[in-house]
Ligand binder design. Structure first.
Ligand code: 5AD
Ligand code: SF4
Length: 459
């Protein structure tokens, strides 16, 4: 099986797990001799890593695949492969809808992609292979494949796949299957290999990292993972995503006390209304969320994380859904209130999207779309205000920055991330080039604080 002389182009939608699966696909295709290209025009193979968490991502995929139909190929033909969550959900239906698709694969069989591409290349017609997790036993899991990392200094490290929760709006458990944790030792081995390879920052991935290990060891072992990876020699450790209902005292202690674990926590709350939280099947109340955040901040401040004040100890980010079926004005106001009270550094806000096959898809909703749109706008403004306030706390402080590249708007500016995951810009010193900074962690004194970034001078 060889792909020598062929160019591939990867397009990835959705979450970090997809980004990482895409790195594994790149690693696999390049091991077989294929070369990456920046555009679909130049590519003999176009691979889409898809997301179906909201309808917008579905529509975007269909539009992009359709637009390739009559695009001339660089050589005699172009193969189109669709994988990830839509591949898993729709299987052969995708080829019925768009007959110029050559390969459909799912979330459990990334390692089958080269074989499917080869079969399609040799004229065996469209190849559709979408096993569910039980049928996929024997297929190499994605986590076993070598990755071609986007940035040499950063690695995504999946510690588990799937999700055992039943949030009523969410399609993820259907397309990613049940929770499967990777063995503890396997994770630590991968960490060692990444460190040898020069990685300075690792982000642990899972739909719900807090329950890591429950399936394998009968009890969650995420706190142990944090401590073990956090003391491995890695300079920065991050993780996502945490479900509030599973964030244990032990995990909070490990988060607070392990110096390499960055003072940033992504903790989706989805809604500030207890009635809606219950309909979402989230298993916590707004008050419990509030208390949890207080506990995390107190533990972090006591352990000397962040700037050691209660607000400044940990930067919080979150996900919020607006327009869940039955959400009324008072429910929405409860969401706004929670955002104002907590002080989020960042919040990803989404308009509820009905997903066929989820329990919430059966619920009736009479709220007009304009009302939901209007609430969404209000929420975006409150989130911006909150992010701006959080950034003001950083003024005049000195923070370490892991440099990633140039500012997109201004090539004379270096750009990177603070421990709290805020974007920080600093002017490039004269006589230096980007290569002097990329992947390095250096102190910056903060002089300007805007809504979505900080700016300062290298110290
Ligand atoms: N509609 C809107 N947002 C959703 N999310 C998940 N499912 C839906 C849906 N059906 C959001 C949640 C989750 C994030 C990854 O996507 O906020 O945390
Ligand atoms: Fe979806 Fe809930 Fe699982 Fe997150 S925890 S992936 S929102 S079901």
């Amino acid at each position: 099986m060889q792909l020598n002389g062929l160019n591939y182009h990867l397009r990835t939608f959705g979450c970090q797990m997809n980004l990482h699966d895409a790195e594994r696909i790149a690693g696999m295709l390049e091991a077989l001799g294929a070369l990456p290209t920046d555009t679909a025009e130049q590519a003999d193979i176009v691979v889409f890593m898809t997301c179906c968490v909201r309808e917008a991502a579905d529509q975007r995929l269909l539009g992009q695949v359709a637009s390739l139909k009559n695009l001339p190929a660089p050589h005699h033909r172009r193969l189109i492969a669709v994988g990830g969550c839509i591949g898993q959900r729709d299987g052969a239906k995708l080829v019925e809808l768009l007959p110029h698709i050559d390969v459909v694969f799912g979330t459990h069989n990334i390692s089958s992609l080269p074989g499917l591409l080869t079969a399609a290349l040799t004229g065996e017609g469209a190849q559709v292979e979408v096993p569910n997790e039980d049928e996929a036993t024997g297929i190499l899991p994605a986590t076993a494949l070598p990755a071609h990392r986007e940035q040499p200094w950063h690695a995504w490290l999946p510690i588990m796949t799937g999700c055992d929760n039943h949030c009523s709006y969410c399609i993820v458990p259907k397309v990613r299957g049940r929770e499967i944790s990777r063995p503890f030792d396997e994770i630590l081995h991968e960490v060692q290999a990444l460190l040898t390879d020069g990685v300075v920052e690792i982000t642990l991935l899972g739909q719900n990292v807090n329950s890591y290990g429950r399936d394998l060891y009968g009890k969650p072992r995420f706190a142990e993972i944090l401590r073990a990876v956090g003391t491995s020699g890695v300079q920065r450790l991050r993780f996502t995503t945490s479900h509030p209902k599973d964030l244990s005292e032990d995990t909070i202690a490990a988060f607070a006390e392990t110096a390499a674990v960055m003072p940033h926590l992504h903790l989706p709350f989805q809604s500030g209304s207890n009635r809606i939280l219950s309909a979402m099947n989230r298993h916590y109340t707004a008050e419990q969320y509030h208390n949890l955040v207080r506990t995390v901040r107190q533990a972090a401040a006591a352990a000397g994380k962040g700037d050691q004040t209660l607000m400044g100890s940990v930067a919080l980010s979150t996900d919020i859904i607006v327009g869940f079926p039955g959400e009324d004005e008072s429910d929405f106001q409860a969401t706004c209130e929670l955002v104002r009270e907590i002080g989020f550094a960042q919040a990803f806000t989404f308009i509820y999207s009905r997903r066929t096959g989820t329990p919430a898809a059966e619920l009736i909703d009479n709220t007009p779309a304009e009302v939901i749109q209007n609430r969404f706008q209000q929420l975006v403004e409150i989130v911006q205000q909150s992010a701006w306030q959080q950034n003001q706390l950083e003024l005049a402080s000195t923070t370490t920055v892991l440099f990633e590249g140039n500012s997109k708007r201004d090539a004379t500016m270096l750009s990177g991330r603070s421990p709290k995951n805020t974007t920080v810009h600093a002017p490039m010193p004269t006589g230096k080039t980007l290569d002097d900074f990329i992947g390095r962690i250096l102190p910056v004194r903060i002089e300007t604080a805007r809504t979505w970034y900080l700016r300062g001078e290298l110290v």
